[in-house]
Write a protein that binds this ligand. Structure first.
Ligand SMILES: *Cc1c(COP(=O)(O)O)cnc(C)c1O
Length: 414
């Protein structure tokens, strides 16, 4: 559905103009929703050809229009959405949409790793991803080696020394301390490895606006579109984007088998959110930076985890090298442990106490007793998740109102 000449357009233009032809939607200015589960073929030969191409027995010729088959494989709203997200991710050539971030992560890994293979991953990871590795991939026969994010030498050594290595999975910045892993160095180490493992980056916290892993040498970018891409805490979705079209083929093939493509209605909703993702992320990041820098040094705060306030030289180096802006996630370590954290959560009036992130509304949570409650003491230590830590996803409200809300809530401690 995409048009060649549009590839040179800048992202905010391309996202509104490529991938959608009004003539295919009775002239509608914005995409229609196509809820069909199955598609009609013009001729039996067209059906035969579409199945041959989908099954990999034939290659699509240049300019050839191949009919849609059945919506578990593909449907117009997924195609429009995938064409429109590609220009938002610098370096991307192809995209696949999924019905959650976890579906995207699982499908991308299982497209390239099989029992007997190894993956190397940074910790801390999103809790769901951590459980996927320990409770499914490892018993299934895909073993994993964890490396603490931010330890660049340990990461490159682990990549060099692991045999049958298929996937290097980085999550950066990591939840909830925003510790960063060096994407460029991981990609260099992967390229030097005889197995040529793929580097996959969960870019949910800073992408697509502020961090561009494919330009730093990564092969696959993964998203929970439930967060900034969706932006309103009202849908679940996920993406995998690849630096080459060839890498997308096995991912879409697995998606067709697993049946985890996003439904047409949700694709249509998500599609309408893409043109504003940079605007929303810019606003939220500016809000967060102003709030973090003003709260820094507050008498009830022991430490603030926020990229522009990093104090570790290696973290500062990685941040400056690979991120354009600090983003809208921060964590406050409050003096006084859990009682202080709970007093803060009870006292906020504008921010809401909920997990998840990336919406236009500000959310606060206590990871230790919620998202990280099943994590072992040792892993909590590595992740830096202490009793006094509260995580904040700053939204698009006026930052002065949020700052006043946090200050009055901090005053309620002790
Ligand atoms: C939320 C999240 C996920 C999982 O996404 P779902 O859409 O909830 O499946 C994965 N990685 C990160 C970093 C997340 O924040």
């Amino acid at each position: 559905m995409s048009n060649k000449k549009e590839h040179s357009l800048r992202p905010p233009t391309a996202v509104l103009t490529r991938g959608f032809d009004p003539a295919l939607s009775v002239g509608s200015a914005r995409p229609a929703v196509f809820r069909s589960s199955t598609y009609v073929f013009d001729t039996p030969e067209a059906a035969e050809r579409a199945f041959a191409i989908m099954g990999g027995r034939a290659q699509r010729e240049a300019g050839e229009e191949v009919g849609l088959i059945y919506s578990r494989f593909n449907h117009p709203n997924a195609e429009i959405l995938e064409d429109q997200i590609v220009p938002l991710e610098p370096g991307a050539q192809a995209a696949a949409v999924f019905n959650s971030g976890m579906a995207a992560i699982m499908t991308a890994i299982l497209a390239f790793a099989k029992p007997g293979d190894h993956i190397v991953y940074t910790v801390p990871l999103y809790g769901g991803t951590q459980h996927l590795i320990h409770e499914f991939l490892e018993p299934f026969g895909i073993s994993g080696t964890a490396v603490r994010a931010g330890q660049t030498e340990a990461l490159t050594t682990a990549i060099a020394e692991t045999k049958n290595l298929r996937v290097v999975l980085l999550e950066t910045p990591a939840n909830p301390t925003l510790v960063m892993a060096d994407i460029r160095r991981a990609a260099e180490a992967a390229r030097a490895h005889p197995d040529k493992p793929l580097v996959m980056v969960d870019n949910t916290f800073l992408g697509p606006a502020f961090q561009h892993p494919l330009e730093l040498g990564a092969d696959v970018v993964l998203y929970s579109a439930t967060k900034y891409l969706g932006g309103f805490s009202d849908l679940l979705g996920g993406f995998a984007l690849t630096a080459s079209p060839e890498l997308m083929r096995p991912i879409k093939s697995r998606r067709g088998l697993f049946g985890n493509i996003l439904q047409p209605d949700e694709c249509w909703m998500l599609d309408s959110r893409l043109p504003t993702v940079r605007l929303r992320m810019n606003r939220a990041s500016k809000n967060a930076q102003r709030i973090a820098e003003r709260l820094n040094g507050h008498r009830h705060i022991e430490k603030i985890y926020y990229p522009s306030l990093f104090d570790d030289p290696e973290q500062i180096r990685i941040y400056k090298d690979q991120c354009d802006y600090p983003g809208a996630m921060m964590s406050l370590v409050l003096k006084g442990g859990k009682p202080a954290a709970f007093a803060f959560l009870r006292s906020v009036q504008l921010a809401r106490n909920a997990v998840s992130l990336g919406g236009v509304e500000t959310l606060v949570s206590h990871p230790r007793s919620t998202t990280h409650s099943s994590v072992s003491a040792e892993e909590l230590e590595i992740a830096g998740v202490t009793d006094g830590l509260v995580r904040i996803s700053v939204g698009c409200e006026d930052w002065r109102d949020l700052l006043a809300d946090f200050e009055q809530a901090l005053d309620k401690i002790g």
